[in-house]
Design a protein around this ligand. Structure first.
Ligand code: AMP
Length: 117
């Protein structure tokens, strides 16, 4: 049985999900249960279960993830088309984490309340 996370299976093209962005470090695809008109997940190819588990050697991956998120936002035109976007990283059950493969949520195209729920 495969121990791959669902996100690894998507990145490895074992589960069909159109990629909206990819580079050598990350891939991005639409969230299956969108919480905003634009809801994209940016996922590192390297599996880091959650952000608090990241190690010093993950610095480049973490940097690449944020750069990729900015690139996705530009590619989707969210800065121009809407008045902004939000990046979210959930760590642990109380934060709402459900997939133990660290990822950044990019949410846009609606007013996002603050503080978050
Ligand atoms: P989190 O709760 O922060 O761990 O985020 C996991 C996200 O993955 C949730 O927003 C889910 O809706 C999303 N998700 C789960 N399975 C899939 C899938 N097969 N394709 C796209 N998004 C998914």
């Amino acid at each position: 049985m495969s121990d791959k996370t669902i996100f690894q299976k998507i990145i490895d093209r074992e589960i069909p999900a159109p990629l909206v962005y990819e580079d050598e470090h990350c891939a991005a695809f639409n969230d299956i249960n969108p919480q905003a008109p634009i809801h994209v997940l940016i996922v590192p190819r390297k599996v880091i279960p959650r952000v608090g588990d990241a190690q010093p050697e993950d610095q480049a991956t973490l940097g690449a993830l944020l750069l990729a998120a900015g690139n996705v936002a530009k590619q989707l035109g969210v800065s121009e088309r809407t008045k902004g976007f939000r990046l979210v990283i959930n760590h642990g059950a109380d934060a709402g984490e459900t997939v133990p493969h660290m990822h950044v949520h990019l949410l846009a195209s609606r007013a996002l309340g603050w503080p978050p729920g």
